[in-house]
Design a protein around this ligand. Structure first.
Ligand SMILES: Nc1nc2c(c(=O)[nH]1)N[C@H]1C(S)=C(S)[C@@H](COP(=O)(O)O)O[C@H]1N2
Ligand SMILES: [Mo]
Length: 327
């Protein structure tokens, strides 16, 4: 299977090559942008064409999603940046550690346990999850709590498709996501900091919202391991840490689960973690961000939007809630 996007071998991730590739992409972007105002999908195609061939990731195309809010009006981050500047602490804290080390993690066979307060608990093989619903492509902005964001075309479908299939019981109120702990391939597990496995959680209505994506691919191909292969969550109106990578279990619960970040630093990370420019992180402002890929890693800042720009779609989930208290 051929694909346009490189999954760099560890030996290939040398700064000069990364920066040369970035410069090339930016030049191509600039050339395109000079011609006309670049429509989002045209920009995506230009990026695909501009990215060198020769990698081992299988194609995973999706039809452009019609879910309201699924196509942000922004230029996608170059694949080279989205796959080399990552948070995946199981592989280390350096932004390049995931791209360096995650490639060795086996992602087949892979199963996801669905358990807890559901009519139909069970173990899903990845192959069956891939077939559960048609693949859609959604262009989402993902905002990291650290102050950067990326605009990424993801392949997947609404998590609600899976939850509807397993039928949550009437008592269900929350969903917990448990991620992979592979001591042999995840050097970061030896470091302290977080209590592994990395876990996250959503309220059931958040998990059922059509924008909450179960993602298997990006840029038309299966996920590179550093981005959470073979299956991850993408919750575009919340800070990036809610978007759990390499998910192995989904638990439907009555009580709000404690998440890895809430356990590690309860005064800095709340359960909700909705993107909110008016609620600073305890140690820094959240009012602005750099969108990686628009000017490379040295992009000018843009103003952060409430719910990361998805307020129209998700604002009603929080009607009447004090967002300063429930951050
Ligand atoms: N299992 C796991 N999932 C994770 C993380 C992590 O360290 N471990 N980091 C989170 C954070 S902080 C961010 S910003 C996003 C980054 O996703 P990306 O690398 O695909 O951009 O993944 C999230 N999911
Ligand atoms: Mo993040």
């Amino acid at each position: 299977m051929t694909s346009w996007f490189p999954q760099p071998a560890a030996s290939e991730i040398t700064p000069p090559q990364v920066f040369a590739q970035r410069r090339r992409l930016l030049q191509q972007m600039a050339a395109g942008a000079a011609g006309a105002s670049l429509a989002t999908w045209a920009a995506r195609d230009a990026l695909a064409a501009a990215t060198p061939a020769a990698d081992k990731l299988a194609a995973l195309p999706g039809v452009p999603s019609k879910v309201p809010g699924a196509q942000v009006q922004a230029t996608p981050t170059p694949y080279a940046d989205a796959s080399s500047y990552n948070n995946f602490y199981e592989f280390g804290y350096d932004k390049q550690d995931p791209a360096r080390y995650a490639g060795a993690m086996p992602t087949r066979p892979w199963t996801v346990r669905v358990e807890g307060l559901v009519q139909k608990p069970g173990v899903w093989a990845l192959e069956d999850l891939l077939k559960l619903s048609p693949m859609e492509e959604r262009l989402y902005r993902l905002r990291c709590v650290e102050g950067w964001s990326m605009v990424i075309p993801w392949e997947g479908y609404s998590l609600s498709r899976l939850l509807e299939r397993v039928q949550p019981l009437g008592s269900a109120k929350f969903v917990e996501f448990v991620t992979q702990t592979d001591a042999q391939h995840m050097p970061g597990l030896r470091h302290g900091g977080l209590d592994w496995p990395y876990t996250e959680g959503l309220r059931l209505d958040e998990a059922m919202h059509p924008l909450t994506l179960l993602a298997f691919g990006m840029y038309g191909h299966v996920l590179p391991n550093q981005n959470g292969a073979p299956v991850r969550l993408v919750v575009p109106w919340k800070y990036g840490f809610k978007s759990a990578k390499s998910v192995v279990a989904i638990r439907v619960l009555e009580q709000m689960p404690t998440t890895a970040w809430v356990k590690a630093a309860p005064h800095e990370y709340g359960f909700y973690a909705n993107v909110n420019p008016n609620v600073p992180h305890r140690r820094w402002s959240q009012a602005s961000e750099r969108t990686i890929g628009q000017g490379g890693l040295f992009a000018p800042k843009r103003k952060t939007e409430l719910f990361n720009g998805y307020a129209e779609q998700v604002g009603q989930l929080y009607a009447g809630m004090d967002l300063k208290r429930y951050y």
